[in-house]
Design a protein around this ligand. Structure first.
Ligand SMILES: *Cc1c(COP(=O)(O)O)cnc(C)c1O
Length: 481
C-alpha cells in the first residue's frame, strides 16, 4: 500500500506546478490577455463564423495533457472569436457587460489563496470584506444601518433571494398562495417570473399593472387594482418594480409605488439589476428617487460597476428578514457556527461554499476610488441622450421616448415597404458588419432597435461611429429595395 501511495503522490504532483513552470504558464496567459487588450479597440463587437466554436469537440477531455500554448489556441479560436464580444466598447445590445482589468486581478488573488468566504469562522477577513461592500452599497442606495445583503452570481439569483425573503417575511404557506397577489408589469425581467416559479409561488395571482406610454408602471392603476383585490378577498402581498427595465431602461415611479406599498402593507421589491448603480451619479440619483423605500433591492456589479460576469447583489432593508429566510443548522459545522461576530454569506443566502466574490469588487473600488465609476455612469446617461438627440435629427429615423437611463430605442421608416421588415434587416446588417452590436425588441407591435450604453469602453467616438454605420446601412438597404 505504501508503494502505491508514493506512486499516486508522484502522479498527483502535476496539480502543483513548481515555480519555474508557474512562471511559464503565467507568461503565456498574460501575453494572451495583453494581446487581447492591445487590440480591444479594433476587435469586432460581433463575429459570425461558420464553425461557431465546434472545434473544441475535436479536443475532448482525456488522459493526455496538452500544453498551455495549445490550450490558448483552442480558446482563441473557439471561445474568444465567435459570437458577441462583451469586452468591446461597441457592444451596445442587450445590457452590455464590463470586465475591468483590476477585477481580474482580484479573481486571481481570490483563486490562488482560495479563502473560504462563506463562513466568518473560516475567513473572518473575507466575510468582513463582503459585508463592508454590502454596507457601502446599502448606504449608497439610502438603506438604514440594519440593512443586509448578499453578493450573488448575478441578478437572477438576487431576485430569487429577494422574493424568497418576501415569502418568509409574510410567512406565506402553501394554503395562502392562491390568495396572495403579486403586482408587476409586462416589462418585468423574465428572471422575476422564473424566480416566482422556482420559489414555489406559481399559484399566486400575478397582476400585470398597466404602464404609461413610457413603459413605466402606472401607480394609480396599481393602487386601484390593490383596492379591488382586497375587496374581493385576495391578499395583496408583493409589488415588484424596475429601477431600469432591460428592454427600454424605464424606471418605474418608485416613490409613488413605495408609498402605495407602505399604505397597503405590501413587500416592495425593486429589480435594479441593470439600473440601480446609476444612483452613484447625481443625474441617476434623481431618477432613482424612492428606491430607498423598497424592502429588497437587486443591483448587479457586473452591469452597473463594469465588473466581469458573475457579480450580482441583493440588499434587504432588515437584515433579520434575510437571515430568517436562509437559516440552517448542521452538526458538522458546530465549531464554525459558534463564531458569530458578524453574519456570514451562508446565513443570508442559499450558498455555503462560494466564490470569494468580494475581492473582485473590493480591489477595483480601493485601487481606483469611486470617482471613475461615478463619471463613467454619468457619461453613459449623457451618451444615450446625445444619441437620442442625434438620431432624431436624421431624416426618416423615429426616436423612442427620451431615455430614463442609458437605453435608447429608435426605428427607421423606409420610403416604401413594411417598417418592421426593414428594421429587422437593418439590425441584421449591423450585426453582420460587427463594428458595433445593436439588438432589437418589439414595443406595441413595432420592431424597434435598441442602443444600450453600459460598457466602460463605450465613449463618444463609439456613438458617432454607430450613427455613421446606421446612415451607411440605411442608404445601402434603401438602394437595394
Ligand atoms: C440583467 C437583468 C436581470 C438578470 O440579471 P443576471 O445578472 O443576468 O442574472 C434581472 N433584471 C434586470 C432588470 C436585468 O437587466
Amino acid at each position: 500500500m505504501l508503494d502505491r501511495i508514493k506512486q499516486l503522490e508522484q502522479i498527483a504532483l502535476a496539480l502543483e506546478p513548481p515555480a519555474g513552470q508557474r512562471g511559464e504558464l503565467r507568461n503565456d496567459v498574460v501575453q494572451y490577455t495583453e494581446s487581447f487588450l492591445d487590440h480591444i479597440h479594433d476587435l469586432p463587437a460581433y463575429v459570425v463564423t461558420d464553425d461557431k466554436g465546434i472545434g473544441l469537440y475535436d479536443s475532448p477531455i482525456s488522459e493526455t495533457p496538452i500544453d498551455i500554448k495549445a490550450a490558448l489556441q483552442l480558446l482563441r479560436h473557439n471561445v474568444d472569436r465567435p459570437g458577441l464580444n462583451p469586452a468591446s466598447g461597441g457592444h451596445l445590445g442587450y445590457i452590455p457587460g464590463g470586465g475591468i482589468y483590476v477585477s481580474a486581478l482580484g479573481d486571481y488573488l481570490a483563486d490562488v489563496s482560495n479563502r473560504f468566504s462563506g463562513l466568518f469562522f473560516a475567513s473572518p477577513g473575507a466575510v468582513r470584506m463582503e459585508n463592508l461592500l454590502l454596507d457601502w452599497m446599502a448606504k449608497t442606495v439610502g438603506y438604514p444601518a440594519n440593512a443586509g445583503g448578499n453578493l450573488t452570481s448575478g441578478g437572477s439569483i438576487a431576485n430569487l433571494i429577494g422574493i424568497v425573503t418576501a415569502r418568509e417575511a409574510y410567512n406565506l404557506k402553501a394554503k395562502d398562495f392562491e390568495k396572495s397577489v403579486i403586482y408587476l408589469t409586462e416589462q418585468a425581467h423574465h428572471s422575476v417570473d422564473k424566480a416566482i416559479r422556482i420559489a414555489g409561488l406559481k399559484e399566486c395571482v400575478l397582476r400585470n399593472v398597466p404602464m404609461n406610454e413610457c413603459f413605466r408602471m402606472n401607480a394609480g392603476a396599481l393602487e386601484q387594482t390593490i383596492i379591488r383585490d382586497k375587496k374581493s378577498g385576495l391578499q395583496p402581498w408583493l409589488v415588484i418594480a424596475a429601477a431600469g427595465t432591460t428592454d427600454v431602461g424605464a424606471v418605474d415611479p418608485l416613490e409613488a409605488i413605495g408609498d402605495i406599498a407602505q399604505r397597503h402593507r405590501l413587500w416592495f421589491h425593486v429589480d435594479g439589476a441593470y439600473g440601480a448603480f446609476f444612483v452613484l451619479c447625481d443625474e441617476g440619483k434623481n431618477i432613482l428617487k424612492g428606491m430607498e423605500q423598497s424592502d429588497s433591492l437587486v443591483m448587479d456589479p457586473h452591469k452597473g460597476l463594469f465588473l466581469p460576469y458573475g457579480s450580482g447583489a441583493v440588499l434587504v432593508k432588515e437584515k433579520k428578514k434575510l437571515g430568517n429566510a436562509h437559516w440552517y443548522q448542521a452538526s458538522y459545522l458546530q465549531d464554525a457556527l459558534r463564531s458569530t461576530d458578524e453574519l456570514s454569506p451562508a446565513d443570508l443566502s442559499p450558498e455555503l461554499t462560494k466564490h470569494f466574490r468580494g475581492l473582485r469588487l473590493w480591489l477595483p473600488l480601493k485601487l481606483l476610488g469611486i470617482a471613475p465609476f461615478r463619471a463613467a455612469l454619468e457619461e453613459k446617461i449623457l451618451l444615450t441622450r446625445y444619441f437620442h438627440e442625434q438620431i432624431k435629427r436624421i431624416d426618416r429615423f423615429e426616436a423612442g421616448n427620451f431615455p430614463d437611463l442609458s437605453v435608447a430605442t429608435f426605428r427607421y421608416i423606409p420610403k416604401v415597404g413594411d417598417p418592421n421588415d426593414f428594421n429587422e434587416r437593418l439590425v441584421q446588417e449591423i450585426q453582420h458588419d460587427g463594428r458595433v452590436f445593436l439588438s432589437s425588441t418589439t414595443l406595441n407591435g413595432k420592431f424597434v432597435i435598441r442602443l444600450a450604453v453600459l460598457s466602460f469602453r463605450t465613449h463618444l467616438n463609439t456613438i458617432d461611429l454607430t450613427i455613421k454605420i446606421l446612415r451607411e446601412k440605411v442608404r445601402h438597404l434603401e438602394e437595394s429595395l
